[in-house]
Design a protein around this ligand. Structure first.
Ligand code: MG
Length: 156
């Protein structure tokens, strides 16, 4: 078995949709990014890539590449899974923490889990997604952006 960790953070930007775990969440701002800014999926991709010792998300999907402009991050996630499957890795379980002062995410967690389970090809019982605030501290607490941590276990 192999463990992997991923972290990502994105700034809020006016005029963009807020997409987390493939769910579009009604909010006054979205996350700035070359892709759709899905910070949860990016952290998860990095955890999966890390567990397989394949570098990082930027190596596989450079933000200088117009091919990835505004891309649905779930397409990247499914591509990562294809790369892992080609190396005989499967995903045992996933644990993700999203750090956001607002909006409140609890009502969207189940739908995110269904999306991620679908992309990973595993039962949603093997996926945990949770959200926390920082009680107003730091950049997430000031509402400047959202960050996410992900931990995964791969089976060889
Ligand atoms: Mg990112």
């Amino acid at each position: 078995m192999r463990i992997g960790h991923g972290f990502d953070a994105h700034r809020f930007e006016e005029g963009r949709p807020l997409i987390l775990g493939g769910v579009t969440i009604p909010y006054e701002q979205g996350l700035a990014a070359h892709s759709d800014g899905d910070v949860l999926v990016h952290a998860l991709c990095d955890a999966l890539i890390g567990a397989a010792a394949l570098g990082d998300i930027g190596k596989h999907f450079p933000d200088s590449d117009v091919e990835f402009k505004n891309i649905d991050s779930r397409i990247l996630l499914r591509d990562v899974i294809d790369k892992l499957e080609a190396r005989s890795f499967s995903v045992s379980n996933v644990d993700v923490t999203v750090i956001a002062q607002r909006p409140k995410l609890s009502g969207y967690i189940e739908e995110m889990k269904i999306n991620i389970a679908d992309d990973l090809g595993i039962d949603s019982q093997r996926i945990n997604i949770k959200a926390t605030t920082t009680e107003g501290m730091g950049f997430e607490g000031r509402g400047e952006g959202i960050s996410a941590h992900a931990v995964v276990l791969l089976i060889e």
